[in-house]
Ligand binder design. Structure first.
Ligand code: SF4
Ligand code: SF4
Length: 442
């Protein structure tokens, strides 16, 4: 029998808002000692998590306590960067009020990727997650700030229908904005005053791990943390749009084996046996022929430090690893975790990458990293994807012409599958159900 809170979370369609969208009821069903809140907001330019920690402090902490209760955790640790002073002050006051001892605030330095789960566990708990493992193996779960906000709302019976996100860089009004899930990117951009350059690309997510959208007709999902509007030839965009096979050939050809990528790799520094410079010697054909020999690529978090910061040749070990990982997954090859925590590299601390330097390297220093405008936007229609989480797509349970209200279930978890419910985010009429999307017009 599932804990009532877990049932509420499942019914509300809560998924990990900061990553690939793992349904939260699965994480909440584990037994752990400590819940870490990932408030690092470590991708440059993204500002909605610090905003939520500062302005929705108690709601977020309600969500944290709910997850602590159902996982049996006796400690809840909110991890955020000391530089977010307003959020730190709000959290410290709330923690003192609600029960210091059970709840703590842990201050992180300003480096990237402070929000990598493995790095955060090491910083906050002094424990190292085994290579290829998950924080559960050291008695922890890591939850994102907005996920916990959504958990608190779920307990009140409110499903996930909206998303907080940052709109930044080449827009007329950079802002943190709350929009219904399914809002079209072009509508959000128009609300932010439009792009201030004629030709632009839009990055969905942060500059390091986000992806360039093919079209502004794309929808905001439960996992959209930000939209960065940038010139098409900007450093952040150019590496992301090259055809992957070409990028890999160039990388294999140009790599000079300096090993800087390995020296600065956050997972290698934790002691995981990931050596990107060695993987650069492997051609796609070799990886296909002997995939087991390159299985260490599975340890790559795709944080992008090697590609965007370390490599003097401007090539992409991250992309090579991503391609090898895909091949390995297709062949059913997995990393067999030993369950043992490795020794960290003794130079780990002095090799972390300061966000300030990263921002300069990414050519983002000219943009406001903390947009102060906070807005709410309701569009005239939404196009809601039925698949915005890890697991099976939701099964549509509405049809064209049907009236719906915000919070009505429009997509159900298929029987026996892992997945997440999807809900209407606008009062209106279902205009169409097609190609995995439900369009609702207000
Ligand atoms: S993307 Fe590069 S730096 Fe990051 S974990 Fe993978 S190999 Fe290491
Ligand atoms: S940093 Fe670049 S050039 Fe140096 S080993 Fe890694 S991929 Fe090759």
């Amino acid at each position: 029998m599932q804990h009532t809170t877990v049932q509420h979370i499942k019914a509300a369609g809560v998924v990990g808002a900061g990553g690939a969208g793992l349904p939260t009821h699965i994480k909440a069903d584990a037994k752990v000692d400590v819940v870490l809140v990932n408030g690092a907001s470590c991708e440059p330019m993204l500002a909605s998590d610090p905003y939520l920690m500062e302005r929705e402090t108690d709601t977020m902490l309600d969500g944290l306590e709910a997850i602590m209760e159902c996982t049996g955790a006796t400690r809840g640790v909110v991890c955020l960067k000391a530089k977010h002073a307003e959020a730190v002050a709000a959290l410290q006051a709330a923690v003192a009020r609600r029960g210091a001892g059970r709840l703590e605030v842990f201050l992180l330095g300003d480096f990237y990727p402070a929000g990598d789960e493995h790095v955060m566990v090491r910083e906050a708990l002094g424990k190292t997650v085994p290579a290829g493992g998950i924080p559960l193996q050291v008695g922890a779960v890591v939850a994102n700030v907005e996920t916990l906000y959504n958990v608190a709302e779920a307990i009140k019976g409110k499903p996930v229908t909206h998303r907080w996100l940052t709109i930044a860089c080449e827009v007329n009004k950079p802002m943190v904005v709350r929009v219904p899930v399914g809002t079209l990117v072009e509508d959000v951009l128009a609300f932010a005053g439009g792009a201030r350059i004629a030709k632009y690309s839009v990055v969905d997510g942060g500059p390091m791990m986000g992806r360039v959208l093919e079209s502004t007709q794309a929808s905001v999902t439960k996992t959209t943390s930000g939209l960065l509007v940038l010139p098409p030839d900007h450093t952040v965009v150019s590496g992301k749009v090259m055809e992957p096979e070409r990028l890999r050939r160039i990388t294999n050809t140009i790599c000079c084996q300096c090993s800087f990528c390995t020296d600065l790799c956050p997972r290698n520094l934790l002691g995981h046996p990931l050596r990107p410079h060695k993987l650069m010697r492997v051609s796609p054909e070799q990886a296909q022929a002997d995939p087991a020999a390159v299985r260490e690529a599975m340890l790559c978090s795709e944080c992008g430090i090697c590609e965007k910061f370390a490599c003097p040749m401007g090539v992409s070990p991250r992309e090579v690893n991503a391609q090898i990982k895909k091949t390995l997954r297709e062949k059913g090859i997995r990393w067999e975790s030993t369950g043992l925590s490795p020794e960290n590299n003794p130079f780990r601390e002095c090799r972390t990458v300061a966000t300030k330097r990263l921002v300069q390297r990414l050519d983002l220093a000219g943009y406001d990293p903390h947009p102060h405008a906070v807005e709410h936007f309701t569009p005239s229609h939404v196009r809601i994807p039925l698949h915005q989480h890890i697991g099976a797509p939701a099964l549509c349970v509405v049809s064209a012409g049907q009236k719906v209200h915000v919070g009505d279930v429009i997509g159900e978890i298929p029987e026996g599958a892992m997945g997440a419910r999807v809900h209407a985010s606008l009062d209106g009429v279902v205009e169409s159900v097609a190609n995995g999307f439900v369009t609702i017009r207000a």
